[in-house]
Design a protein around this ligand. Structure first.
Ligand SMILES: Nc1ncnc2c1ncn2[C@@H]1O[C@H](COP(=O)(O)OP(=O)(O)OP(=O)(O)O)[C@@H](O)[C@H]1O
Ligand SMILES: [Mg+2]
Length: 371
């Protein structure tokens, strides 16, 4: 059993993350683009890819694409890929567009053109939100930030709930001794001093019970709703994405995050009471947008879905018909693996990389990063 920072991927797991053929791995190793280690499992040495090497690989591909190096080759390869997909779609056959790569095409170009490249997220500052409790906000925030960090994004997770569940989900158990966003917003602690490292590419501003007392002192501060966005702005350059978990209330702290964020991921459990609360949640967000002259990208993430339950199916149908422009395509099924990951304070990928929970988290992460 490992924690997130110790996670190592098998070649099969890595190739599924990177969306490349497993047979590419030796060529990537030869080209110095991917480093693997040997780890003893039972009596055999198995090839593994540690977290930090997976991150280096993804960062390298991003750099290759963003720098424009091999630009023409990548564009040509992407065009060939599109043409092949179109040929499959219109029934003219998968080989109609011809071979995409020559023997001279560098392996990094093939990987960048065919596999997953973690380009800049569409929205840098995001929050998971719902005034209703227990819908899965902390669970999905934790899984999302770990999944994004696996792809080499520099991630800051921000725990805005005094229950500290995001903090615990990221395996930090001594948060009572650490500064929180309370110290930043109320005691003028520089925000950089409240940040701790959790794992490669993953930092956290933790929370503890003391954060439950923030509402009255925050209410008394000038420019109270702007203090959080001003603090976040100071460290935003150091991260690709900043994601907060919030407390289940219409609090000033949550309001401050609605001012700081550009994307709000509302987690709605697929049960009748959670659905009932959605109109209020959406109205609250709209009010905040008007009051602070903001335009937020609002996404509804259906969670805890069980396709064996008629009520789950009905609520999902209602959500999609009432909020057609907001619901994610991804639906988060109720998953024993996700619960196990919460218990073990790690990523669901570490529990069962091929299970439904990991598949759902992968799909949701890509959707929330790029739309
Ligand atoms: N997709 C899922 N599959 C299985 N269990 C889940 C899933 N999502 C959340 N859970 C479980 O549901 C419970 C509540 O989740 P969580 O604590 O994340 O909710 P929350 O919205 O953050 O609650 P609060 O409002 O109290 O902060 C947890 O036990 C968590 O493990
Ligand atoms: Mg929570």
């Amino acid at each position: 059993m490992s924690t997130f920072k110790e996670i190592c991927f098998t070649p099969a797991e890595f190739s599924s993350l990177a969306k490349i053929e497993k047979s590419f791995i030796p060529a990537l190793e030869e080209g110095g683009i991917l480093k693997t280690i040997k780890r003893r499992v039972g009596n055999v040495d198995r090839k593994m890819i540690p977290l930090v090497e997976a991150q280096n690989y993804f960062r390298h591909l991003r750099e290759v694409v963003e720098s424009g190096r091999h630009g023409d080759q990548i564009v040509a390869a992407l065009e060939a890929k599109e043409a092949r997909l179109a040929a499959i779609a219109d029934g003219t056959g998968a080989t109609a567009a011809g071979p995409a790569f020559s023997a001279e095409t560098p392996i990094e170009v093939i990987a960048a053109a065919t596999g997953f490249v973690p380009l800049a997220p569409m929205h840098k500052v995001q929050m998971f939100y719902n005034v209703k409790g227990g819908t899965g906000k902390s669970t999905l925030t934790a899984q999302y930030v770990m999944r994004a960090a696996m792809m080499g994004y520099r991630v800051l997770a921000l725990d805005l709930d005094g229950q500290g569940h995001l903090t615990v989900n990221l395996d930090i158990l001594d948060a009572h001794e650490r500064p929180t966003i309370y110290d930043v917003l109320i005691n003028d602690l520089p925000i950089a001093d409240s940040i701790m490292n959790v794992a490669p590419c993953l930092d956290l501003i933790p929370a503890n019970l003391g954060l439950c007392n923030i509402e009255i002192p925050l209410n008394n501060k000038t420019r109270r709703e702007y203090r959080l966005s001003e603090a976040i702005r100071k460290i935003a350059d150091q991260y690709d994405i900043i994601v907060s978990d919030t407390n289940p209330a219409a609090s000033i702290l949550n309001g401050s995050m609605l001012v700081a964020a550009s994307k709000v991921n509302v987690v709605c459990a697929t049960n009748p009471l959670s659905f009932h609360g959605m109109s209020l949640v959406m109205a609250t967000i709209e009010e905040m947008e008007k009051e602070f002259d903001r335009s937020l990208n609002v996404t509804i993430v259906p969670n805890l879905y069980d396709n064996r339950e008629v009520i789950s199916q009905e609520v999902l149908g209602e959500l999609r018909s009432q909020f057609p422009d907001h619901c994610t395509r991804s639906v988060m099924n109720r998953s024993a693996d996700i619960n196990e990951a919460t218990k073990r304070r790690t990523t669901v990928f570490d529990v069962n990389s091929r299970g439904m929970g990991a598949t759902d988290v992968n799909a949701l992460t890509e959707e929330l990063l790029f739309s």
